[in-house]
Design a protein around this ligand. Structure first.
Ligand code: ZN
Length: 112
């Protein structure tokens, strides 16, 4: 079962639309605890694209074996498949704690 990313600090859940907005950014900010985080999951997204491309090619090849199949229907099936994959992309996104800028001060718990 695919899951949407959670805030790495407070574990807050994000809405699908919020994840979708941040999926192409490198960093984001949690609206709940207002801490910055890194947006990751690029490797998972590559796997999703690779697997779905193979599945779509397989689907096209098997649809081609149906005698009454025409190219319009084939194209529609492919477009639907690509649209479905794009809907799944937010589920591959993961949020990681942002690495703090290098500093020698050990001041923890300054905020809040
Ligand atoms: Zn948070």
């Amino acid at each position: 079962m695919p899951k949407l990313p959670l805030c790495p600090y407070c574990g807050a859940r994000f809405l699908y639309s919020e994840v979708r907005r941040s999926q192409n950014k490198k960093t984001g900010t949690c609206p709940h605890c207002e801490k910055p985080f890194c947006v990751g999951g690029g490797a998972r997204r590559m796997i999703l694209y690779a697997v779905s491309t193979l599945l779509l090619v397989g689907l096209n090849l098997s649809l081609l074996k149906i005698p009454s199949m025409n190219l319009t229907y084939l194209l529609a099936a492919t477009v639907l498949g690509v649209a479905a994959v794009r809907l799944l992309v937010p589920y591959t996104v993961r949020f990681f704690p942002e690495r703090p800028a290098r500093s020698d001060s050990a001041g923890n718990g300054k905020n809040s």
